[in-house]
Design a protein around this ligand. Structure first.
Ligand code: 5GP
Length: 130
């Protein structure tokens, strides 16, 4: 939410914004790859150029699932932009076109990212210490 709000204000092309909410089953600090769509897009994406904006890609499992789901809807193109990326995604063949910052294997919070729904409101990104 915070990232798309800042990114959108820098875009100069005419575009639509739509939102999906997905939740991955698994422990609180790692993803299982089994994804539940909590909120789907409001509009169809067939024949549209789609840029998926993510806050963070860790194992890439969530995004891998999401991409298959979105690709089946027939977009004209499908690209990914992520603010943060961890080394785990390296083994996956995800077409991440834009990466803001590469992270080491740490769990981060703030700037929209949570741990058990807390810390999303931090104006910066911080490492959560165990
Ligand atoms: P993946 O499926 O790529 O392992 O995990 C993707 C999702 O897990 C992200 O969209 C995010 O919701 C959550 N996630 C992964 N790493 C972190 C992290 O370091 N901090 C927070 N707050 N969430 C993370």
């Amino acid at each position: 939410m915070l990232f798309i709000a800042d990114l959108a204000r820098e875009l100069t092309v005419t575009c639509e914004l739509d939102f999906m909410a997905v939740s991955s089953y698994g422990s609180s600090t790692s993803s299982s790859g089994v994804v539940r769509i909590v909120k789907d897009l409001d509009a169809p994406i067939a024949d549209k150029h789609v840029l998926v904006v993510e806050d963070i890609v860790d194992s890439g499992l969530t995004l891998g699932y999401l991409l298959k789901n979105l690709a089946a809807r027939g977009p004209a193109s499908l690209e990914i932009c992520t603010l943060l990326a961890k080394p785990g995604r390296a083994g996956r063949d995800l077409p991440v076109r834009y990466v803001g910052f590469e992270l080491p294997d740490v769990f981060v919070v703030g700037y929209g990212l949570d741990h058990a729904q807390k810390y999303r409101n931090l104006p910066h990104i911080a490492v959560l210490e165990a």
